[in-house]
Design a protein around this ligand. Structure first.
Ligand code: FUL
Length: 488
């Protein structure tokens, strides 16, 4: 009898111990699924929209790729007004700007100590101008982050192709990172067309794209120049942000922020499809940035004044970039006067209005949500967190549960057109597939099937009328974590 008591007591203690153990385990957030974004990458995700500014001698020669023999005397914007640029961009919703401080032609928009091929030898402000300074200061005044494009390929420089050119390139980076305040993103373009002026040699020079630039050393050098805030390096291969593999404004519907960059390098052929999707099993967090121009060309050409993308086209691009979890880098090239052209400004304004009107009233704000399960049934993981307007709170499941069903009660019947969904990517990108249903005629009707959710996914589902919406997380790498759902 005594023994039975002892056994029962031991069983009871064991049961209490086991249940406390799992509670302790599940009250903690799910373990991260590696890799995860750095703090600087997270800030970049949250920017969502960045403006690209292509401006150089090409603007005056009407070229896309200057040969490198252009005289600085042709660079003469007579009404340059960076305030007009920043006001326009800020109003359109951009959070940062990236300026072509030097494009492939080698002309520098700042007075560089290391070349004569620069703005100091142009008529602009009688050689006393510094457009990198003007843009960096104006950006900061308007609350926009400042980023730099500095073309590695330099068709003007006599040493291009020799190791000495790499010193020149690093000297220029030192100027940029010493005199112009913090740079949030550094754009290393992979393009290299071969032929050029090269100090008068007028020949074709090929380099080994994998080794010539010795990127690891250059990147360490820049990181030393600007330890904080951390600069993000963009190239086909990252290391912080990857090219999306096309210039049409489209990232793949399945968009992993992860990729294996060990064998990738800027300018590598045959990897465009991979860049557009990333790799589900990628070992590095290197999200895709969607670069596209508002005009056919990257630089301003008067004959393209009537070919500015329409607000509707810009909206479509927003959906295939931001709406698929990427950051949009939209190029708006200043014209020969040094202004953003009226047609571009008008398109941006109307596009902004479309975005504001489409995404103005979130009918799921504060809505009651139920789930088939939530982690340990703790309030901190309750499904209501997906509609609480706080992106730091979330719904998630218990360990070992990679699926979930979330039901949002919209109250009265409403017409809906878009569903916005966000995964809590600070703990890694997890969701592989999900679907959306609406309640209609006493049953659930499927209205969307999707793969990755990522930082943000916007699904065009409408118009459809319903009072309940259901999100089925069908497959994830581990407990799915959803921080936000909006319905418009
Ligand atoms: C490309 C360049 O060759 C284009 O001129 C432009 O700068 C674009 C953003 O990147 O590789």
């Amino acid at each position: 009898m005594k023994n039975i008591h002892l056994i029962l007591t031991l069983l009871l203690i064991q049961t209490i111990f086991i249940s406390c153990g799992s509670e302790v385990n599940e009250i903690a957030p799910p373990e991260p699924v590696m890799p995860i974004p750095s703090a600087a990458q997270m800030d970049w995700h949250e920017m969502e929209m960045i403006a690209f500014l292509h401006f150089t001698t090409n603007t005056f020669t009407n070229k896309e790729w200057g040969y490198g023999d252009e005289s600085p005397s042709i660079f003469n914007p007579t009404e340059l007004d960076v305030d007009q640029w920043m006001t326009t961009l800020k109003e359109a919703g951009f959070k940062g700007v990236i300026l072509t401080a030097k494009h492939h032609d080698g002309f520098c928009l700042w007075p560089s100590e290391y070349t004569e091929h620069d703005v100091a030898n142009s008529p602009y402000k009688n050689g006393n101008g510094d457009i990198v300074k003007e843009v960096s200061e104006a950006a900061r005044e308007h609350g926009l982050k400042f980023g730099v494009y500095l073309s590695p390929w330099d068709r003007n420089h006599a040493d291009y192709g020799d190791p000495s050119y790499i010193d020149y390139y690093r000297n220029q980076l030192e100027e940029i990172f010493t005199d112009y305040g913090p740079v949030f993103e550094m754009w290393f373009d992979g393009a290299n067309g071969g032929d050029g002026y090269y100090g008068g040699a007028n020949e074709t020079r090929t380099i080994d794209r994998q080794t010539y630039y010795d990127w690891p050393t250059t990147i360490d050098f820049v990181r030393e120049l600007q330890p904080e805030p951390k600069v993000l390096f963009f190239s086909d291969a990252g290391p912080d942000i990857r090219w999306v593999g096309n210039e049409h404004g489209v990232v793949a519907e399945t968009n992993w922020n992860t990729i294996n960059n060990d064998t990738l390098y800027a300018g590598q052929a045959g990897i465009n499809d991979l860049l557009a999707t990333g790799s589900e099993d990628g070992t590095k967090w290197i999200p895709a940035e969607v670069d596209v121009s508002i005009r056919p060309g990257w630089f301003y050409h008067p004959e393209e004044d009537d070919e500015v993308k329409s607000p509707e086209k810009l909206f479509e691009i927003y959906m295939t970039s931001v709406g698929r979890g990427s950051t949009l880098l939209l190029n708006i090239p200043p014209d020969r006067r040094g202004l953003l052209h009226e047609n571009d400004v008008a398109a941006l304004k109307e596009w902004r209005t479309m975005l504001d009107e489409t995404f103005s009233t979130n009918i799921a704000a504060g809505a009651e949500v139920t789930a088939d399960s939530y982690r340990g049934e703790f309030d901190i993981y309750h499904p209501n967190h997906i509609t609480d307007d706080d992106h730091e709170t979330y719904w998630t499941t218990g360990n070992g549960i990679p699926t979930g069903v979330l039901e949002i009660d919209l109250g009265d019947e409403k017409e809906i057109s878009y569903v916005v969904l966000q995964e809590y990517i600070r703990l890694g990108q997890r969701i592989r597939s999900f679907s959306v249903d609406v309640w209609q005629n006493d049953e659930w009707q499927n209205i969307a099937e999707a793969t990755t959710m990522g930082y943000k996914r916007i699904l065009d589902v409408g118009p459809v009328t319903t009072n309940r919406i259901r999100i089925n997380i069908n497959d994830s790498k581990a407990s799915p974590i959803v921080s936000n759902v909006e319905v418009y």
